[in-house]
Design a protein around this ligand. Structure first.
Ligand SMILES: [Zn+2]
Length: 338
């Protein structure tokens, strides 16, 4: 009886010292329209696997920051907030597949020649301390970007940063999903995330193949209309003759990257431009020839068949490659152009 009394008293004492019972915490409320964990994992896993086949790593650290501080006072630090599932509200899941498909197009020789080692999908890309006035990278060997906010045709969101940056010194491409949130992914849209991949990858390749000459390429400069001068940032709203779009008038590296972006991303549009613009045709030929040295003509023919036809025309030097197909095959190519 005595021991029972002690046990009851102990139980009361223990109970009396316990903190008051609290309800179990509720799970955090997810933003609406997030991709499901399974879907996100599957699609990002697909992108990671695609990159890994060429020895490229998909970045997972939360923030990537690169400073081009050794290239003059105008250089800025670039900050990528790496995207996670919590950033996928109103993101079309197929956009992630689009990035994987764009990288997956390339043979290993292209990835190796560009010395690409890392890819980051960014929620945003900004210039440190310049959140409200972010602009394009200032060139130089460390970072080259595309799609700055001054390029109104491609970026209509005020205050947003570039959709892509090639961080040459780090062998890394930053691709921002910011510009594609709330949009249905459509490969044939005017501006796609695939184009960002092609454009930025070419920046890496251009630098690795030309080196210092990437900023002063006599062969390229000789193609420009007489008296033309690049202007950074570009102010061209409409496409000037000799360029695929206004952004291409920024500088010669953006000019070449924009031609390549069209070559892989919108070849039919490029062919239409080149048919009526001999300078665009000649620039297309130069980009084709330089890339074909690395990946071969068949790769480019398969992705831009109409350009193969253009190269047989009198507008382009014929020594740049084999003749296009004749007969029915050629007719089908022409039909595709229309
Ligand atoms: Zn660019």
């Amino acid at each position: 009886m005595h021991s029972i009394t002690i046990a009851v008293a102990f139980a009361i004492a223990v109970t009396g010292c316990a903190p008051p019972l609290r309800p179990a915490p509720l799970p955090p409320i997810e933003p609406a329209n997030l991709m499901s964990a399974e879907d996100y994992s599957t699609r990002v896993g697909g992108l990671r696997a695609t990159l890994a086949r060429n020895g490229v790593e998909l970045d997972t650290i939360p923030v990537i920051r690169t400073c081009a501080t050794d290239h003059g006072p105008q250089d800025k630090c670039i900050r990528c907030e790496v995207a996670s599932r919590s950033d996928t509200a109103n993101v079309d899941p197929e956009m992630i597949d689009g990035v994987a498909i764009a990288f997956g197009m390339y043979p290993t020789t292209m990835i190796a020649a560009a010395k690409l080692e890392h890819v980051a999908l960014c929620r945003t890309i900004r210039y440190e301390g310049k959140e409200s006035e972010s602009g394009p990278p200032q060139g130089g060997p460390l970072a080259q970007g595309g799609f700055g906010p001054q390029d109104a045709d491609r970026n209509r969101s005020a205050g947003s940063g570039p959709a892509g940056v090639a961080v040459i010194g780090d062998h890394r491409l930053l691709v921002s999903i910011e510009h594609f949130v709330g949009k249905r992914h459509d490969l044939y849209d005017f501006f796609t995330i695939e184009e960002v991949v092609h454009h930025e990858l070419f920046h890496l390749l251009d630098h690795e193949t030309l080196g210092e000459r990437a900023e002063h390429d006599p062969q390229w400069q000789a193609l420009n209309p007489r008296g033309f001068e690049y202007r950074d940032p570009s102010t061209a709203q409409d496409r000037p003759r000799g360029f695929v779009d206004g952004y291409a008038t920024t500088n010669e590296t953006e000019d070449r990257a924009s031609v390549f972006e069209f070559l892989l991303g919108h070849p039919t549009k490029l062919c239409e431009l080149a048919q009526a613009d001999p300078v665009v045709a000649a620039k297309t030929a130069v980009v084709w020839e330089r890339v074909a040295r690395i990946v071969g003509d068949p790769f480019l023919h398969s992705h831009a068949p109409c350009v193969g036809w253009l190269r047989s025309s009198t507008m382009l030097p014929k020594q740049l490659g084999p003749a296009p197909p004749e007969g029915p095959a050629r007719r089908s190519i022409l039909g595709k152009m229309r």
